[in-house]
Design a protein around this ligand. Structure first.
Ligand SMILES: Cc1ncc(COP(=O)(O)O)c(C=O)c1O
Length: 471
């Protein structure tokens, strides 16, 4: 056992060193076993990995699965699309961790980049007033991505373009919070005389976990005065038109996520966002597109380009650093640069090492554009066949590319499918906690290939055919 005070074994209070050994063996197993062999063992116990004693979640809050047990079974080690649990079961991860591991667990190129950066002296983090080169380069890269083909020297002076980046924020919630504040300040500055601001959101939205973000999805209403929030149904153009007709210039902003991963993977239609853009333009409302789920998951990195719109504010987060130290960003039009530094900041935003990982993640997306697009449509097409095969269970398939939602008619079936998938060694998520929600979600990390896509869809088909949860 290494006895340094910051050695892993001593930090984990594991004098036998068993935990670290088990993790290293599991990692070695994952990196030295071929993907077909891994697929063949999904759901099995990996005997090559030794048993070890791991801590449980007894100090966690209840909503985070607080539990006292001798046999915790959380994640032990991961590589690519696979992970091994503490009880040594092999799982295929169909949700890229918590939707943020763009390139799966510990992608070798990004791991090599990480060590190379440290070797070159890239610091982990520092004061945001003296951002290191990778942070400044990432800001420029995001502007390039937001304005494909634009002449950057002209763009900088053009305040009507997406030419400003707030990178000093660590999480999506803070990026969205900054966008909300900009909407409110803008309303105050240019149309306060129209009355208290109104913000339009899509029903089922999720723009973070602070109070204002949660207000946008209907929570905490009694604590907010002088702010009206209207939730409209996604893709209902008539309702959107009615709301804009009724509130006109009082509208401060409109929010949308291109794929509502927090509402059963509903895809927002291009015509709907184009209508929203026209309505925003004519009423002076700002359009905020939350790409915290979709950003870095499609060719072109930002999905809004596919919609033929140019939002005023674009929120990015989650997959930007491929799951390394969290970093988020708000890209917005220069004319909206209303916030002072400490109005929207996280101490750990602007982190140089994370910014390098962000650049690495983007470079991989650019390098693999063709494969991402091809495998994404292949997976979606395979999924799209399932409802016709199991009409009594499935209503439809939603989502796009690597993100998909399998909508069940009944919530019990969605929950049962989810349980059976976990027993089979397939990690996916289910939306069943709101009335009417009954959707199984996947968001594969981008190394997904045809073999894994086929394996997953065949396994889903078997689970649907067997319907073991109904017995
Ligand atoms: C669409 C969307 N916006 C905002 C957020 C908040 O991001 P974070 O959890 O990094 O604060 C999330 C998180 O899931 C999200 O999915």
């Amino acid at each position: 056992m290494d006895t340094s005070v910051v050695a892993f074994d001593s930090l984990m209070q594991d004098s036998s060193g068993g935990m670290g050994r088990a993790m290293a063996t599991a990692r070695e197993f994952l990196s030295s076993t071929s993907p077909p062999d891994l697929l063949a063992q999904v759901g099995m116990t990996i005997e090559a990995a030794p048993h070890a004693h791991f801590p449980d979640k007894r100090w966690f809050q209840k909503s985070f699965y607080r539990e006292v047990t001798d046999e915790p079974d959380d994640l032990m080690a991961g590589q690519g699309l696979f992970y091994i649990t503490e009880q040594r079961r092999l799982f295929l991860d169909c949700t890229a961790g918590h939707y943020q591991m763009t390139w799966g667990y510990n992608h070798p190129d990004l791991t090599a980049l990480l060590f190379d950066c440290i070797h070159r002296g890239v610091i982990w983090d520092n004061h945001s007033n003296i951002p290191a080169a990778p942070v400044k380069r990432l800001a420029e890269k995001l502007i390039e991505l937001a304005n494909p083909g634009a002449d950057l020297s002209q763009l900088q002076a053009d305040e009507s373009k997406l030419n400003t980046v707030l990178l000093g924020v660590a999480t999506g919630t803070v990026a969205c919070g900054a966008a909300m504040k900009i909407m409110l300040l803008h309303h105050q500055k240019v149309k306060a005389e129209t009355g208290p601001p109104v913000i339009v959101t899509l029903d089922g939205n999720y723009h973070g976990t602070d109070m204002l973000a949660q207000r946008l999805r209907g929570m905490w209403a009694e604590y907010f005065a002088n702010l009206e929030v209207l939730m409209v149904q996604p893709n209902d153009g008539e309702e959107l038109q009615r709301v804009f007709d009724e509130y006109g210039e009082r509208l401060a902003g409109f929010w949308a996520e291109p794929i509502m991963m927090n509402r059963e993977a509903i895809v927002i239609e291009p015509w709907y966002l184009q209508l929203a853009q026209r309505l925003c333009d004519s009423s002076g409302a700002l359009m905020g597109i939350d790409e915290i789920q979709t950003g870095f998951w499609f060719p072109g990195v930002m999905m809004f380009h596919r919609y033929g719109i140019e939002p005023d504010l674009v929120m990015l987060g989650k997959g930007m650093t491929a799951g390394f130290h969290p970093l988020a960003a708000l890209v917005y039009k220069g004319r909206l640069d209303h916030l002072a530094q400490y109005d929207a900041i996280s101490t750990n935003g602007n982190a140089a090492l994370a910014a390098c990982l962000g650049l690495g993640c983007i470079a991989l997306v650019e390098q693999h554009t063709e494969q991402i697009s091809q495998v994404g449509s292949y997976y979606h097409q395979q999924m799209a066949e399932l409802p016709a095969e199991f009409p009594e269970l499935l209503a439809e398939v939603r989502g796009s590319g690597h993100m998909s939602g399998l909508k069940f008619h009944k919530v019990e079936d969605a929950l049962g499918f989810h349980r059976s998938a976990l027993q089979r060694g397939i990690w996916l998520r289910v939306h069943a906690y709101h009335a009417g929600h009954s959707t199984v979600l996947t968001k594969f990390a981008l190394p997904l290939d045809h073999e894994v896509a086929d394996f997953a869809v065949i396994a889903f088909r078997e689970l649907l055919s067997g319907t073991p949860w109904r017995k």
